[in-house]
Design a protein around this ligand. Structure first.
Ligand code: GLP
Length: 240
């Protein structure tokens, strides 16, 4: 079931997301984390809460959704670097408790399988998601089977275009592949929190919530999950 929370704008969406997330920031919890511009406001609130209220992440574990193939972890646009810069380095979560899939090495599929095994051993309590303008979740592009596990994938051209703003606006600098949790992996999370803001997400939000459950909109599978909260701002909700 999808619970929809409509808010005015990005700031309100981040406030609401923090309210939902706060319940899960407790010893023993496993957080599923995401990258992109969308979760930045939420992460800023988590950092502020940690600094001002001493909320601790010492006994929390985290699993990220995805990583570009071929980017060194020191590259500022690697998702590993993104997570350290925007969250991990600013809270007290132990490095060994954090997991970001690796996009480096000669056995990416083998590593992906191990990643799923780790998640199976530590089921995710709440998975945070953004949504791509083409309806992708993590890097599961349209056409990805709903039962997929963590795997290597080619990025859609629209995704490369959307993400080139992080790579000097140069499409040739954007990696063309990624390692991503599969849709089957994501669906195992006990709770899902998806945030969508901005007009360029409106069509994807409409397809996710009221479209048929079809691989052409990967996020539409969330209609089948028991506990999904979707936070949308006015612009992203404009086609609902
Ligand atoms: C990226 C990520 C997704 C993210 C999406 C939207 O490609 N792999 O996890 O949700 O695209 O990004 P943004 O939040 O910047 O709009």
């Amino acid at each position: 079931m999808i619970r929809i929370i409509k808010v005015k704008d990005y700031e309100e969406a981040s406030d609401k997301a923090f309210e939902v997330m706060k319940e899960f920031i407790a010893p023993g919890k496993v957080l599923g984390l995401a990258t992109g511009s969308t979760p930045l406001g939420l992460y800023a609130r988590m950092v502020k809460d940690h600094k001002e209220n001493g909320t601790s992440y010492k006994d929390i574990r985290s699993f990220n959704l995805d990583e570009y193939v071929g980017l060194e972890i020191t590259h500022p646009e690697s998702y590993y670097a993104f997570m350290h810069r925007n969250l991990f380095d600013q809270i007290d979560i132990p490095e060994e408790n954090t997991h970001v899939p690796s996009g480096l090495g000669d056995d990416l599929e083998g590593q992906a399988k191990k990643y799923d095994e780790m998640i199976d051993a530590s089921p995710v309590d709440i998975q945070l998601l953004g949504i791509g303008s083409d309806g992708h979740i993590a890097f599961n592009e349209p056409g990805t089977p709903f039962d997929s596990g963590t795997h290597v994938t080619d990025l859609a051209e629209s995704t490369i275009r959307d993400n080139c703003r992080f790579f000097d606006n140069d499409m040739s600098k954007v990696p063309t592949q990624a390692v991503t949790q599969g849709i089957g992996t994501i669906m195992k999370a006990k709770n899902i929190l998806l945030i969508a803001t901005g007009a360029n997400k409106a069509q994807a939000v409409k397809d996710m919530i009221s479209g048929p459950i079809d691989v052409s909109c990967p996020a539409s599978i969330l209609q089948k999950h028991d506990n999904v909260t979707v936070i949308v701002d006015e612009a992203a909700a404009s086609l609902l």
